[in-house]
Design a binder for this molecule. Structure first.
Ligand code: OGA
Ligand code: MN
Length: 208
């Protein structure tokens, strides 16, 4: 039984039409709570590291660009909440492949913690030298996020960044967008902000 609490066909239609979609209450509240607990346990255990920018090899810590900390889900893959999350995200991947022919092969995800004051400046998720990242997924774990706490994702709707939407990082909200088409940033959060961010990848055909 799929944990998805929304109409996949409607989401696929929106993705095909706009290239992005925001889905509130995407997964059951108990699962969101479990994921949040797992995230905080591994955070308290000191297992996160400060996020870097760029692809493996060319990675560098760039605190002026982003100031969150991350832990890849493959480090905690046996946690029940992570298994359930990955199963739900698999259902989305298969539906997207059937409906949109994106040829997605796998999802790589990490927990992200933005301490109070943290941000991620405007960026695109696809690396210059690796076009495998195809569809970005961001899932929020913040129950009752206050309206004045900042921390929204600002998603620019055109490549010239003339228009945008701001999405509150409220628990249960899932945002999907094409990784190479949408500039976005995380506005400074005034309190700790938790999320799971991921990228569906297709097999990379790297230019030599
Ligand atoms: C990222 C990112 C958005 C968010 O990690 O690349 O853009 O809302 N995250 O956390
Ligand atoms: Mn991003």
């Amino acid at each position: 039984m799929s944990a998805l609490q929304f109409d996949l066909d409607a989401v696929l239609d929106t993705l095909a039409d706009k290239g992005w979609v925001v889905i509130p209450h995407a997964l059951p509240a108990e699962l969101v709570q479990q994921l949040r607990d797992t995230c905080l346990q591994v955070w308290d255990a000191g297992r996160f590291h400060e996020a870097a920018t760029g692809r493996a090899g060319g990675q560098a810590r760039r605190a002026e660009i982003r100031s969150d900390s991350v832990l890849w889900l493959d480090q905690v893959a046996a946690e029940p909440a992570v298994l359930a999350y990955n199963a739900a995200m698999d259902d989305i991947m298969h539906a997207v492949n059937r409906g949109l022919y994106l040829g997605l092969a796998e999802l790589e995800s990490h927990f992200a913690v933005y301490p109070a004051g943290a941000f991620y400046k405007k960026h695109l998720d696809r690396f210059r030298d690796d076009d495998a990242r195809t569809l970005t997924t961001v899932f929020y774990l913040n129950e009752g996020w206050p309206q004045d706490a900042g921390g929204e994702i600002r998603l620019y709707l055109d490549l010239d960044c003339q228009s945008h939407i701001d999405v509150t990082p409220e628990a249960g909200t899932l945002v999907l967008f094409l990784s190479d088409r949408f500039w976005h940033e995380v506005l400074p959060a005034r309190q700790q902000r938790l999320s799971v961010t991921g990228w569906y990848r297709r097999r990379s055909e790297r230019l030599l």
